[in-house]
Ligand binder design. Structure first.
Ligand code: ADP
Length: 292
């Protein structure tokens, strides 16, 4: 059982943007979802933990590895899958994984071959091992990305916004693969897609404007909002009035008219019906608290 302990991490970019504002998180084995809108600071957090950029203040420990003092020790037990997994032209899946294995210090050729074949099977690309990765679909590239992240028995795997650009079938396969990996190591998954977290993660945090605004299990946070979410279909021109009079957490168009979700401890009145809170309601509620 490994533990990642991040304390009081802060980072301000040269342009004055405070991307990380005193972030503390403790994360153990299994899949952890870091959910937040674009610009929340997720990538800054992930890149800092992955030792790809420095923080201004704070500390990061993976068990007894002091990540900031000894980035090399962290890299030995890290698998990292960036948003855009860069691929060399005309290199086959097998060559690419072999190359990464060399970089990760696996010197024995036979051992490398065995490992690479094992991983290709695990991500269901063994049949395609001699094909150029350049011609792969987005989902297949992501699976190559996962395979390379698994080389060297990582204790920590960091996956940054993985499902952007995947079709539903690919996204599903990618989720299943991640879920299988997640039991053995710490996997941190950053995403702005609520469904990714709901389907995959045992534990989660919501980030906004460089701060952690919620940390806990998806179930616990849903329990917090129980009985407080109400729904109503309204007319488009009424939206402003409702926003002034109620705590509207979301509005979406359904059959041409806005359907609003509001937060209220009591029955808010005519036409509202109580609905079970969704993780999406949680997301908008928590993000609103920071904006307020
Ligand atoms: P997320 O991954 O949640 O979208 P980021 O960590 O990429 O968030 O960005 C957080 C904030 O920091 C944003 O306002 C973004 O514009 C800014 N930012 C990110 N990288 C840099 C950089 N290298 N220089 C200046 N500002 C940056």
């Amino acid at each position: 059982m490994a533990t990642l302990k991040v304390e009081n991490l802060s980072k301000e970019y040269a342009n004055g943007v405070k991307a990380l504002n005193n972030v503390s998180l403790e994360i153990s084995n299994g899949m952890f979802g870091l959910l937040g809108p674009n610009g929340a600071g997720k990538s800054s957090f992930m890149r800092t933990v992955a030792t790809l950029q420095d923080a201004d203040a704070g500390s990061i420990f993976l068990d007894d590895i002091d990540v900031m003092a000894d980035p090399v020790a962290l890299r030995k037990v890290l698998g990292y899958l960036p948003q855009e997994f860069g691929v060399y032209p005309r290199i086959t899946a097998e060559q690419l994984l072999d190359h990464v294995a060399v970089l990760k210090g696996i010197q024995n050729k036979g051992e490398r071959k065995e490992l690479v074949h094992y991983l290709l099977q695990k991500v269901n690309l063994y049949e395609k091992r001699n094909k150029s990765v350049k011609g792969f679909s987005g989902g297949m590239k992501q699976r190559v990305g996962i395979a390379q992240a698994l080389i060297g028995n990582p204790k920590l795997i960091i996956v940054d916004e993985p499902t952007a650009g995947l079709d539903p079938g690919e996204r599903n396969r990618f989720h299943n693969l991640l879920a299988a990996v997640g039991e053995e190591v710490i996997v941190i998954l950053s995403t702005h897609i609520v469904d990714d977290v709901r389907e995959l993660c045992v534990d989660m945090a919501i980030m906004n404007k460089g701060q952690i605004v919620y940390k806990g299990t998806p179930d616990a946070v849903l329990e917090d909002l129980k009985g407080m979410v109400w729904q109503k279909s309204i007319k488009r021109q009424e939206l402003d009035t409702y926003q002034q009079n109620y705590k509207v957490i979301s509005d979406k168009m359904v059959a041409g008219n806005p359907q609003i979700h509001i937060l209220s401890e009591h029955h808010p009145g005519e036409g509202f019906e109580q609905v079970s809170p969704s993780l999406e309601d949680v997301f908008f509620t928590k993000i609103d608290e920071v904006n307020a």
